[in-house]
Design a protein around this ligand. Sequence first.
Ligand SMILES: Cc1cc2nc3c(=O)[nH]c(=O)nc-3n(C[C@H](O)[C@H](O)[C@H](O)COP(=O)(O)OP(=O)(O)OC[C@H]3O[C@@H](n4cnc5c(N)ncnc54)[C@H](O)[C@@H]3O)c2cc1C
Length: 348
Amino acid sequence: MDIGEAMDRFVYVLEGDIEIANPYTGERMFQSSLGPTQFLGEIGFLSGSTNYLRMRAAVDTRVIEAPRAGVLELMSRVPELSDHIITVFAARRRKQFELGNAAVKVIGADRDAAVQAVERFLSRNRIPFQSYDLDGADPETVQVCTLIGREPAVILGVATRLEDPTPRKVAQYLGLDLAICAQRTYDLVIVGGGPAGVAAAVYAGSEGIEALVVEDTAVGGQAGTSSRIENYMGFPTGISGTDLTWRGQVQAMKFGTRFVMPRRVEGLSRREDGAYCITLDDGDELCARALLVATGVQYRRLPLANLEELEGAGIFYSATEMEARFCARTEAVVIGGGNSAGQAAMYL
Ligand SMILES: Cc1cc2nc3c(=O)[nH]c(=O)nc-3n(C[C@H](O)[C@H](O)[C@H](O)COP(=O)(O)OP(=O)(O)OC[C@H]3O[C@@H](n4cnc5c(N)ncnc54)[C@H](O)[C@@H]3O)c2cc1C
């Protein structure tokens, strides 16, 4: 299995040994490998996204391969199986963050608004990536930027390179922007993937309702920008907003709910048969028997000259790890005096 291939099959090892290979040197990357009774894959399998690791049989190996759709169907019927698979898949995604040598590499200047938008999109959607600042001075960054070229790009593995990246292009590249079949009618379309949309996605899926969440920016909404939520039932010591909504998204995907992003809903109409149809930013149309609008807030903007130009390049509407990095070695001013401002000030 190579980096960039669609995770379209479930691979269970019967006998043998499967190792992870470094895509650049071809060498085995870790001591540990996958043997009999273990299986390949990580959490992106649930949404059919792209594979981030190069894996190969180290010795003669026998596996069972099953198509993704069939395994998801089985997982929805056998909770013990799905709990086991999801626990392993989620741990593997966490591990990729810990290892820090992600297959997705973002090349671009930290001060470039377009690059910041891509990094925010990846970070808020919990895609592990490594970033190389074109203005950076450390030897590894200079070497990589010189080798790869001094233009903004997203690299996946060794073979694929995306020029002039935008969140939408990156989503297509990584298989997050699922191809939507325009003729398809869902039971339920949920507009907005904040806590309200994600909660609806979980309950719809668990009731066997075929649901699709359409999210404009990143699943998590406002909560995705909160470093700590302490008043959510079931988390007595608090949880970060990204973790909370990520768990919800995984839970919803487990029940078969699908997510598309970044896609903005721009129009709504009603068909003669009573179905609701939404129009997406690129003109695609999707219909559903019911529609749930969970679009949350639109931020008030300050009446400042050049505001639009600086949004995402110095003016931010959240204070996560990303924004903290973009503001490093500068002075940051937090405008506002409510909970979010206090949290941002503490965090920064
Ligand atoms: C920094 C911060 C800290 C917070 N801390 C807490 C806390 O500790 N406790 C607490 O209870 N609350 C907290 N909140 C508030 C809480 O996050 C919000 O009440 C909650 O996120 C609202 O959820 P929602 O799903 O209704 O809307 P939102 O979170 O606003 O999500 C709406 C989503 O809809 C998407 N969307 C909008 N328009 C479209 C469209 N046309 N097409 C597709 N998608 C669209 C947006 O991109 C967004 O992702 C905090 C908020 C912030 C900003």
